[in-house]
Design a protein around this ligand. Structure first.
Ligand SMILES: *[C@@H]1O[C@H](CO)[C@@H](O)[C@H](O)[C@H]1NC(C)=O
Ligand SMILES: *[C@@H]1O[C@H](CO)[C@@H](O)[C@H](O)[C@H]1NC(C)=O
Ligand SMILES: *[C@@H]1O[C@H](CO)[C@@H](O)[C@H](O)[C@H]1NC(C)=O
Ligand SMILES: *[C@@H]1O[C@H](CO)[C@@H](O)[C@H](O)[C@H]1NC(C)=O
Ligand SMILES: CC(=O)N[C@H]1CO[C@H](CO)[C@@H](O)[C@@H]1O
Length: 941
């Protein structure tokens, strides 16, 4: 293995390590939230409002349709800020400090319909500012400091219909020509600017398509039309223009389409008003609010004489009474809005002339009793008497209002409802008696008057009790509100007869078994449980409270000072259609595992403020369709129950305001559909125990961790106040990177070491290898217990054969009487040579190597010397005798012969003079780690 291999490995490990630390696939946005939308999953609504942003974040999803950036500190919209947001339909930028918008900043926003840059610091609108906004319909530029609009600024807005420029600094009509000339524009708001006059005389204006023009709150002194430039204008406002304005409309037909004029709070001269009324003959709606003096001076009368008025609005005055003359000339009125005046009384004939009045609002006045005035309104359909001080209703009050459809008595002081009051209201559909002091309604709703009543609001009254059949005549009722915080008793059967009821809100101060029987159509039920002591009367019932509501789809229950013990495991039994359940302080810890067994269709579940502390996964097993789960405010410490909860359809999970500190990110593997997760306001720990979650939150590409970048660390104390997702998980990966480092380092060392060994100690290794082989072989042999057959095996090269046969063999075999093993004589034919060699060596007591240059070159000879050497080590027997017949230089002792160390510490023989036969062999025994080397030992030659 070389350098290339090691660097490849190094690269691999580096890749692996960096992969573990990759954050590039972020899905959760840094500063924004993709709003979870239940019904319309198509819309991608990105909310970045109120986040102290100074610039538009760069991680807005490209498929965003709604982008809310309001209430930040954005100063500028640059060319690149909104690049690529080609799906955007609504862009909200109000309440920033934008003073600069680059040319072409909106160039990609071709789908944009609604753009709001209100409440910023724009001063000029320049030519290329709105380039690209070809689909824009509504542009809101209210509350800026715009004083200049360049001639072609609005040119790209070829679809524009509404422009709002209220509260700017436009002074001259010339400033607004670019808007007035837009062919598609139908509504223009120029209120609260500095316009001193509105004159068409010298301006290059042609007929516009404008239908609504608001010039309120300008210091106008002149309104002059010399040309027919507003043939379609329907709605014109001069509210609170406080200067005396001259009205100069040259031809009565110019404002022929004008139907609504607001001069509320103005203080023009009588002649101006008269001139106005003269040229707006088709007017239908007039707003004279905030004009008490003018009204007292008879302006209503003048208006009604001149105009074909249908709607009169007089609000926000101190007028105390409606006298006989106020509406004297207004016989055409069908709608009167008298909201927020100071009416104490109305004269009996106040409405004598307005015979065809259909809509009357007397909301927020000071009426204490209804006057006979109302009896003159046979056509009245809508009557608003809310926010007065009416305490009593007389049987005659509504006697003639036989057409009344909607009666609003909310926020009065009514304490008793007599049946006769409503006797003639046979068409009544909507009755609101909320926020009164009704103690009893004395059978009012059992009388057969209310055949058409659809909506009855009785919330926040002082009812004592609801008797059986209290609403028995309300068979058409769809919506009933009985919510209150004042204790009252409900008899069983109280809701009998409400066959069509779809929506019911009720406060309960006792537990009632079967209370909701006889409500077959209810789809939406809101219950407030208010009882703090054990009601005593209940004991385990077979039938639970809701069991009759088989069509209920939405249930909202809120416990207020609730005594929880009645909530049994089967509290939801019978609710087989239930899809949405919202509970607050209702369930308690522990939640019974069977709680949701009865509600298999549940899609949305909220259990908040219930101190659940912990949950077991089994609770959720029946909820296979659950898509939304809100468990906020429950002091939950752990989310581990989610791992086994089998919530495979869950998309939305809210767990805010709990006490979760460590989140095991693997639980999200068991929530395969999860797209939205909110963990705001928990006690999150910024330690390595959460590093897995942090990494998951920042890198997973399915689940948005809503507001994740705002989560604050609660622990450890040193990190308190830091942001969780800013927590540097790399410091945790320190362990891993350290491991990586160590393993890489070890690897490199190994590589280096092996090249080193290969280079310098190769032969020792090979030697060790053979030693091992020999060991194995020896073991085998030992078992066979082969004794020594020969005294010596002579290892030699054929070139030295002559010497061996002429000198060595005769000497040893002849003279000494040794039994020698010679390969040409004693090797068994047919066996592998290596086998023969090994056998020969192992069956001889000694191995004599006749070393010459030829010997060293021969492969077989080196095998022989090797094998003999192994035996030396293996058996610790000195079997090797090296017989040097020639002077061999050191460098020739290459390859295996480098085992000089072996030679060194063992004995060897040297023939003093080559060819000098018969001289006997000196035995130069050098024991131990002798210094003399065999070659050096040859010196004497
Ligand atoms: C634009 O947005 C505003 C504020 O949300 C809304 O009132 C208005 O109706 C929208 N206009 C259009 C054309 O969608
Ligand atoms: C304006 O009035 C004319 C005739 O008076 C009518 O034809 C036209 O439809 C009206 N336009 C609008 C937008 O109401
Ligand atoms: C008003 O204008 C109409 C047509 O727009 C014209 O027929 C009529 O003569 C004009 N009246 C006056 C007084 O100029
Ligand atoms: C009456 O006027 C008030 C104030 O302008 C307004 O809020 C209210 O909606 C109007 N009521 C009716 C019934 O039009
Ligand atoms: C414009 C922008 O991206 N602002 C902030 C978004 O959130 C990150 C992390 O919390 C901040 O560092 C940015 O300044």
């Amino acid at each position: 293995m070389g350098a290339a291999g090691s660097s490849a490995l190094l690269l691999l490990s580096l890749l692996l390590c960096s992969f573990l630390l990759d954050f590039s696939l972020a899905f959760s946005l840094k500063n924004c939230t993709v709003v979870y939308l239940d019904a319309n999953a198509n819309d991608v609504d990105v909310d970045c409002s109120s986040r102290h942003l100074a610039v538009i974040p760069d991680d807005i999803p490209r498929n965003a349709r709604i982008l809310e950036l309001s209430e930040n500190g954005i100063m500028r919209i640059s060319k690149v800020d909104l690049r690529g947001l080609s799906k955007l339909e609504t862009l909200q930028l109000h309440s920033n400090v934008i003073s600069l918008m680059d040319d072409g900043a909106f160039i990609d926003l071709t789908e944009l319909v609604n753009l709001t840059i209100a409440n910023n610091e724009l001063t000029k609108l320049t030519d290329k500012m709105f380039q690209g906004l070809s689909g824009l319909i509504h542009l809101n530029l209210n509350i800026n400091q715009i004083f200049f609009i360049s001639a072609r600024a609005f040119e790209p807005l070829i679809s524009i219909r509404i422009i709002q420029l209220a509260a700017n600094q436009l002074q001259k009509i010339a400033n607004i020509i670019p808007a007035l000339t837009l062919k598609t524009l139908v509504s223009l708001d120029l209120s609260y600017n500095g316009l001193l006059s509105f004159q068409s005389d010298n301006e290059p204006l042609n007929a516009s398509n404008l239908m609504s023009l608001d010039l309120s709150l300008n210091p106008l002194t002149k309104f002059s039309l010399k040309k027919d430039i507003f043939p379609h204008l329907q709605d014109l406002s001069f509210e609170e223009c406080l200067e005396n304005m001259e009205w100069d409309v040259a031809n009565k037909t110019f404002l022929r389409n004008l139907t609504r004029l607001s001069i509320r709070g103005t203080n023009f001269s009588l002649s101006t008003y008269k001139a106005m009324f003269r040229t707006t003959g088709r007017l239908q709606e007039l707003d004279l609010s905030l004009m008490q003096t003018w009204i007292e001076d008879g302006l209503v009368d003048i208006a009604c004489q001149r105009l074909s008025l249908r709607t009169l609005v007089i609000t926000t005055t101190e007028i105390e009474s409606v006298d006989d003359v106020l509406l004297k000339s207004c016989s055409g009125l069908s709608e009167v809005n008298f909201t927020s005046n100071a009416f104490v009384r109305m004269s009996k004939h106040a409405f004598r002339s307005t015979k065809i009045l259909r809509i009357l609002s007397l909301k927020n006045n000071k009426l204490s009793k209804l006057s006979l005035a109302l009896q003159a309104l046979p056509m009245l359909e809508y009557l608003d008497l809310s926010e007065n001080i009416i305490s009593e209703l007389d049987c005659l009050d509504f006697r003639d209002l036989t057409r009344l459809k909607s009666l609003n008595l909310m926020s009065n002081r009514i304490s008793v409802l007599q049946g006769c009051v409503f006797e003639k209201l046979k068409d009544l559909e909507d009755l609101n008696i909320g926020e009164n002091e009704v103690i009893a309604f004395a059978g009012a709703f059992t009388l057969p008057y209310f055949g058409k009543l659809k909506l009855l609001n009785l919330h926040n009254n002082h009812l004592d009790e609801l008797q059986q059949g209290a609403f028995s005549s309300l068979s058409s009722l769809r919506d009933l509100d009985l919510g209150t915080d004042k204790d009252f008793a409900v008899e069983l059967g109280a809701f009998n007869g409400l066959d069509d009821l779809e929506s019911l809100t009720v406060s309960l101060f006792q537990y009632y078994r079967e209370l909701f029987s006889g409500l077959p159509s209810v789809k939406n039920l809101r219950v407030f449980f208010i009882f703090s002591t054990p009601p005593g009367t209940f004991q385990p019932y077979n039938i639970s409270l809701f069991s009759n509501l088989v069509n209920l789809t939405t249930l909202t229950v809120k416990g207020v000072e609730l005594y929880h013990d009645f909530i049994k495991a089967d509290v939801l039994s019978g609710l087989k259609s239930l899809e949405r359940l919202m509970t607050e302080n209702f369930f308690t810890n522990p939640l019974h595992p069977d709680t949701f067994k009865y509600t298999p269709r549940l899609r949305s579940l909220q259990i908040i403020y219930s101190n659940l502390l912990q949950l077991s996964p089994e609770v959720f097993w029946p909820l296979t369709n659950l898509e939304e789960l809100d468990l906020s405010n429950n002091n939950l410490r752990s989310l581990d129950f989610l791992a086994e909860a089998k919530l495979s359809a869950l998309k939305f999970l809210k767990l805010s305001e709990n006490e979760v500190s460590i989140i095991n990110e693997t639980i999200f593997q068991s929530l395969p559909a999860l797209t939205y997760l909110d963990l705001s306001e928990n006690l999150l720990t910024c330690e390595c125990s959460n590093s897995g979650f942090v990494r998951w939150a920042t890198s997973n590409n399915q689940t948005q961790v809503a507001n994740g970048y705002r989560y604050i660390c609660a622990f450890p104390v040193s990190q308190r106040g830091e942001r969780l997702l800013d927590f540097d998980v790399r410091s945790c990966w320190m362990d891993v990177s350290f491991l990586c480092f160590v393993s890489i380092a070890a690897l490199i060392l190994l590589v280096l070491l092996s090249s080193f060994i290969h280079h310098f100690l190769r032969f020792h290794l090979i030697y060790a290898y053979y030693l091992f082989l020999a060991f194995l072989y020896d073991n085998k042999r030992r078992k066979g217990d082969v004794g020594c057959q020969y005294d010596a095996f002579i290892s030699y090269n054929v070139c030295d054969e002559a010497w061996v046969y002429e000198v060595l063999v005769p000497e040893l075999e002849g003279q000494q009487g040794w039994k020698l093993c010679l390969h040409h004589r004693d090797f068994e034919p047919g066996r592998p040579i290596i086998q023969n060699i090994t056998d020969a060596i192992y069956s001889s007591r000694k191995t004599i190597c006749v070393i010459s240059r030829h010997y060293l070159q021969s492969e077989w000879c080196s095998r022989e010397i090797q094998t003999a050497s192994y035996r030396l080590f293996d058996e610790h027997r000195d079997v090797l005798i090296l017989l040097f017949v020639e002077d061999v230089p050191a460098h020739r002792l290459t390859a295996y012969h480098r085992m000089r160390s072996v030679v060194k510490r063992r004995s060897y023989l040297r023939q003093s003079r080559a060819g000098e036969t018969g001289r006997g062999q000196q035995r130069a025994v050098e024991e131990g780690w002798g210094q003399s080397r065999p070659v050096e030992g040859n010196r004497g030659q």
